[in-house]
Design a protein around this ligand. Structure first.
Ligand code: RM4
Ligand code: MN
Ligand code: MN
Length: 396
């Protein structure tokens, strides 16, 4: 590969930061059962410690997304402890994720619940999350709403839109300058008839309605099978409305599989859309790249290392697309040559370039091997085994 391409790939790697999810290090399961792992993290300290391992070998993950109910059960009171852990492990608190889906009162919804008292409880929790984010100097508050209904006629969809508009405006009013509200959508599950924020259009409209600091969050697993995700990304980029991603891969629905494990071309196409936009604008899009994966069977830290390495490889491949050439070919409708320009980049093996980049940063050339050699996994397996033997998995 020539020097110019190598340089493009290196500068892409320099800027790619991937946020890890605290819940990805904990025991989780499926609706049918939970397989507890000896090495899984059961405390927030262990989650920070595990995330620091991933950051240590990849150099790309300085922040950890926190789920308030699971990580800060006492809310604002726990922020001091989180700051201590941040300092200890060199990992900052990332996006703050409210939990408005797990408690019994949310059976019929949170901000969309017909009961005003429950809407208020949900609102108060999200407002607490804004305070927590402010205390931790973390920029993004990132709610996912499980709200919806299971049977036709059982809820008034329009009334609930109004409830969401009202609640989200209120959340937006509490945001500090610079903070952002990221609105995530998901077509179904846990609701199987209607979901209040089911797609990017609904998230977009609610974000626009609530105010200028609200943006859309795209979880790659939250789409119907045939949906063109990169086109959604293109629209959101065009409108300046993309706030961030939850990366994962899937075969069927919201499977939370390792990024790129099923369809690496999909992730590449998303990265390409973003980098083509950035090339045109001459500026980097302000997007939070976050992982949202829970691994039931794979070792959690290893799975996260795989994920980050895959993101780096696919992002670097998208960086070496010849944007100027592609733009001309698109203009002249040279379909085959345009497609080949994209395919050329996708099929390049950038791993030697990524390895050189790692070496230049003093990072291990093979992050997974380095982690395996460190002895960390054996140590935590020993230390955590007993606690995990009686553990019950948390939902994520
Ligand atoms: C949802 C969604 C959210 C995540 C929860 C646990 O499917 O992806 O982002 O916080 O799961
Ligand atoms: Mn998500
Ligand atoms: Mn999900």
């Amino acid at each position: 590969m020539n020097d110019k391409l190598t340089e493009k790939a290196w500068s892409a790697l320099d800027r790619l930061r991937v946020e890890l999810p605290s819940w990805g290090f904990a025991n989780t399961g499926t609706r049918f059962g939970k397989f507890i792992q000896d090495a899984a993290a059961t405390t927030i300290e262990e989650k920070f410690s595990d995330a620091a391992q991933v950051h240590g070998v990849t150099g790309a993950c300085p922040t950890l997304a926190l789920h308030v109910q699971w990580d800060l059960p006492n809310g604002l009171k726990d922020t001091g402890a989180v700051e201590t852990l941040s300092a200890k492990f060199g990992i900052h608190a990332g996006s703050i994720n409210p939990n408005i889906f797990q408690n019994q009162e949310y059976k019929y919804g949170s901000l969309g619940n017909p009961d005003p008292a429950i809407r208020k409880t949900a609102l108060r929790h999200i407002l607490d999350c804004v305070e927590i984010a402010a205390a931790l100097k973390s920029r993004d508050v990132s709610p996912w709403f499980a709200d919806g209904s299971n049977y036709p006629g059982s809820q008034n969809m329009r009334t609930r839109i109004g409830y969401f508009e009202e609640g989200l405006r209120e959340v937006h009013r509490a945001l500090r300058p610079g903070q952002r509200l990221l609105i995530e959508y998901k077509p179904f599950e846990p609701a199987f008839y209607h979901t209040d924020i089911a797609d990017w259009g609904m998230a977009y409209l609610l974000a626009k309605d609530s105010g200028p600091q609200a943006f859309v969050l795209v979880d790659t697993g939250h789409h119907y099978q045939a949906q063109n995700i990169e086109q959604i990304v293109a629209w959101l980029l065009h409108r300046g409305m993309i706030g961030g991603f939850h990366f994962n891969d899937r075969r069927y629905a919201d499977d939370d599989l390792t990024l790129g494990s099923i369809d690496p071309y999909q992730a590449f196409r998303i990265f390409h859309e973003i980098q083509m936009f950035e090339w045109e604008k001459g500026a980097v899009a302000d997007i939070a790249y976050m992982v949202d994966q829970s691994h039931n069977l794979k070792g959690k830290i290893e799975a996260m290392i795989q994920t980050v390495c895959t993101a780096q490889e696919l992002y670097a491949r998208a960086a070496i697309v010849d944007h100027a050439r592609l733009a001309k070919l698109q203009e002249s409708c040279s379909l085959v040559d345009a497609e080949e320009t994209l395919r050329d980049a996708f099929w390049q093996d950038v791993r030697p370039i990524v390895a050189e980049w790692r070496k230049s940063k003093g990072l291990p050339v093979d992050p997974l091997a380095a982690f395996r050699q460190s002895g960390y996994l054996e140590r935590i397996t020993r230390e955590r085994r007993e606690r995990n033997s009686g553990a019950t998995a948390s939902y994520a």
